[in-house]
Design a protein around this ligand. Structure first.
Ligand code: C5P
Length: 238
């Protein structure tokens, strides 16, 4: 895969104008844009259609987690939007993941469009060991991530979202074709980590075996987002 295809830019903004301005600035360089809960709650599904009209692919990051029937129905609506990727929480369980994947696949088939890839969130990159313990999970993060990644693979999902720290472990255990997407990307050791806890640079994440990296604030809050994107490509290639 071309290095340019490996970067997913998170459009974590609250208006259509801000989102489309970013897409216009970056679209010749970035293929996939991530629409998350902030933008989706502000603009609704139309924002997905507008970005797709500009020729870009969408990762719809709503991190679904509900009873299997509800998530399966949401997955059908998401498949109709024509996104390339969407995600749900692995903690929703095997049945929820399997029904979501099957329902979205079937809907895409009946519409004769490419089915969206379905990814499972394992342990959010904002968690450290202490934060995980407070939720009642006493295994270390790596064990929990691998357990949930296995469950997602068993349920037929295409891959997982994890931190750069767990990529090698997932790759070794679940094989080459299982997609791994890593947020928690920061551009240098001195860059602010914000609310992220398990972070790495773009190059380190890709070299550890991630298929895609997701980057939000370091790009969208920069004075010149395109300069940052080009710096990321250079860092990965270097
Ligand atoms: O601004 P920053 O680069 O930290 O943004 C990371 C993006 O990735 C955010 O949109 C966040 O919602 C998303 N994300 C994440 N951890 C996950 C899944 C998605 O940080 N496990």
């Amino acid at each position: 895969m071309n290095v340019k295809e490996r970067l997913i830019v998170a459009l974590d903004v609250d208006t259509e104008k801000k989102a489309l301005d970013l897409v216009d600035k970056l679209k010749g360089h970035v293929k996939i844009f991530k629409v998350g809960s902030e933008l989706f709650s502000s603009c609704g599904p139309d924002i997905v259609r507008l970005i797709r009209k500009k020729g870009c692919d969408i990762f719809l990051d709503l991190k679904l987690n509900d009873i299997p029937n509800t998530v399966a129905k949401a997955s059908i609506s998401i498949a109709r939007l024509g996104v390339s990727i969407f995600d749900l929480h692995a903690l929703g369980g095997y049945d929820m993941m399997k029904k979501a994947k099957d329902a979205s696949e079937e809907e895409a088939k009946s519409l004769k469009v490419t089915r969206p890839k379905v990814l499972a969130v394992t342990v959010l990159t904002s968690f450290d060991e202490n934060g995980l313990k407070k939720t009642g999970i006493y295994d270390n993060i790596e064990a929990q991530v691998l357990r949930l990644a296995r469950l997602a693979k068993d349920a037929g999902l295409d891959g997982v979202i994890a931190s750069p720290f767990e990529v090698k472990l997932i790759r070794e255990n679940l094989g080459k074709s299982f997609l791994i997407v890593t947020p928690g990307i920061r551009l240098g050791r001195t860059a602010p980590s914000d609310d992220q806890r398990r972070i790495a640079t773009p190059g380190d994440a890709i070299r550890s075996g991630a298929d895609y990296i997701v980057v939000g604030r370091p790009i969208i809050e920069a004075r010149n987002p395109l300069d940052v994107v080009q710096g990321i490509f250079e860092e990965i290639e270097g």
